[in-house]
Design a binder for this molecule. Structure first.
Ligand code: IMP
Length: 186
């Protein structure tokens, strides 16, 4: 099953690299459309993605991705504010907020919005913990402080291929691939 073009609308090269690596075998061409799409102030990642898809029709077939880090002991913070928090206090700020905190559990969530022959959302989650210090230089965003469940290395200590196999984004991409495989088998 090979489709022609897929546009990944994002300004984040790290995200694009992960999409390209995993989806490449299924598309002739995967292009990055470097565009900040309008994000509404909403309660969930799904609402943000639903709204943004409406504004991007001209770039179809496309996917967008809204992700966030939800930390248990901070009642889900930074969650939907993950981008703002990264731009302001960053990983160091999160580590300070969690100094002396025993419960370090956290989860990443990723929602992919797809606009093609129909509009669909796909979700992936990865469970883990927040480390005591930054580790690794690969990846992007909160990768240096996120230790995925059952692993001894942070996402920033993994190649993107390995991260993709276990991550929230990898899981959402699997759902997306299941969808297009079913579609194409009709
Ligand atoms: P957004 O989905 O681009 O709005 O991402 C929100 C924030 O979370 C940004 O600061 C990203 O860098 C960060 N982020 C999103 N996905 C990941 C990831 O897979 N690993 C680490 N940080 C991420």
């Amino acid at each position: 099953m090979i489709r022609d073009v897929l546009n990944v609308v994002t300004s984040n090269r790290g995200k694009f690299k992960e999409y390209k690596e995993k989806l490449e075998p299924y598309f002739e061409e995967i292009d990055m459309i470097n565009l900040e799409y309008p994000e509404i102030q909403a309660g969930t990642l799904e609402e943000v993605v639903q709204y943004a898809l409406e504004q991007l029709k001209e770039h179809s077939p496309l996917i967008i991705d809204d992700s966030g880090l939800f930390i248990e002991s901070l009642n889900g913070f930074p969650g939907i504010y993950s981008a703002y928090v990264m731009d302001t206090i960053g990983c160091d700020g999160i580590l300070s907020l969690m100094e002396d905190e025993k419960d370090r559990s956290a989860r990443f969530q990723c929602v992919i919005g797809y606009l093609g022959e129909e509009k669909r959302l796909f979700k992936g989650v990865s469970e883990g913990t927040i480390t005591g210090e930054k580790r690794g230089s690969k990846g992007f965003g909160y990768d240096p402080i996120f230790l995925p469940e059952n692993y001894q290395r942070t996402y920033a200590e993994m190649k993107s291929e390995e991260k993709n196999r276990i991550s929230h984004r990898g899981a959402a991409m699997e759902e997306f691939l299941d969808f297009i495989k079913i579609k194409d088998s009709y």
